[in-house]
Ligand binder design. Structure first.
Ligand code: URA
Length: 219
C-alpha cells in the first residue's frame, strides 16, 4: 500500500504483485464476464484485508485448550457499513463481506448521464443509520470524474457522522480524486491503481472499459 504524494489519504497498491496481476486480467479486453466478476471479488477481498491493516486493534486474553495467552481483535472491523454503488460494485462488495462479515450494507443506484454534462441520476438509496464508531466503505470500482462519488458521499453524510469514510475503487483518474479531495478532504481513497487520465467521454485511460458492462455482460 503506497500513499500517493499528490494527495493526503490516497493509497494505491502498485507494490502488491497479486493485486497488479488481478488488475492486469481485468484490463485485458479478452477477459470474459465470469473472470471479470471473479477478479472484482478478489480485489474486494484483498483490499479489504489492506484496509484492516489501518484499523485499531485491542489486546485481549484468550483461553486455548491448554492455557491462557494474549490475542487481539480488530475493533473497527465490527463497525463497518459498506455502501455499494450499483451496479459494478456488487462483486467488489461480495469480496468485502468475506472480510467484514458483520457489515451493514447500503445500496445506492447512481449513474452518470451522457457527455458533456455527465449529470448524476440517483434512483434508489437505502443506507443504514451510521454511528460515530462506524467506518463507511463506499465501493465504486471506477473513480472517473468523481461526480457520482461526490453525490454518494453527500448522501452518506445524511445518515450520520462516521469515524472514517473510505472510498474503495479499482481504478481512478487523477481528475476524479482531486475533485473528491477538494470537497471532502477527510475522505480516504483506496484504489488498486491510479491511471493516467480521462478521455472526452469520461472513460479512464488506459482503464478497463465499462466495468458494469464487462461484469454483467449487458450494456
Ligand atoms: N466507469 C467505467 O465503468 N469505466 C470508466 O472508464 C469510467 C467510468
Amino acid at each position: 500500500m503506497i500513499e500517493d504524494k499528490r494527495w493526503k489519504g490516497v493509497y494505491s497498491f502498485d507494490d502488491s504483485p497479486y493485486l497488479m496481476e488481478v488488475l492486469t486480467e481485468l484490463r485485458d479486453k479478452e477477459t470474459d464476464s465470469i473472470a471479470f466478476r471473479k477478479g472484482l471479488v478478489k480485489l474486494g477481498r484483498f483490499m479489504g484485508y489492506e484496509i484492516i491493516k489501518t484499523m485499531e486493534t485491542e489486546k485481549v486474553k484468550v483461553e486455548t485448550p491448554l492455557e491462557e495467552t494474549e490475542g487481539i481483535i480488530v475493533k473497527d472491523r465490527r463497525n463497518v457499513v459498506i455502501v455499494t454503488v450499483l451496479r459494478a460494485a456488487v462483486p467488489l462488495m461480495e469480496g468485502l463481506v468475506k472480510v467484514f462479515e458483520h457489515a451493514r450494507i447500503g445500496i445506492v443506484s447512481a449513474s452518470r448521464g451522457k457527455a458533456p454534462k455527465f449529470e448524476i441520476e440517483m434512483n434508489y438509496i437505502k443506507i443504514p443509520q451510521i454511528t460515530p464508531e462506524d467506518t463507511v466503505i463506499i465501493a465504486d470500482p471506477m473513480i472517473a470524474t468523481g461526480s457520482t462519488l461526490l453525490r454518494v458521499i453527500e448522501e452518506v453524510k445524511k445518515y450520520g457522522t462516521p469515524k472514517r469514510i473510505i472510498v474503495l475503487g479499482v481504478l481512478a483518474a487523477p481528475e476524479g480524486i482531486t475533485r473528491i479531495k477538494e470537497k471532502f478532504p477527510e475522505v480516504e481513497i483506496f484504489v488498486t491503481k491510479i491511471d493516467r487520465e480521462l478521455n472526452d467521454k469520461g472513460y479512464i485511460l488506459p482503464g478497463l472499459g465499462d466495468a458494469g458492462d464487462r461484469a454483467f455482460g449487458a450494456p
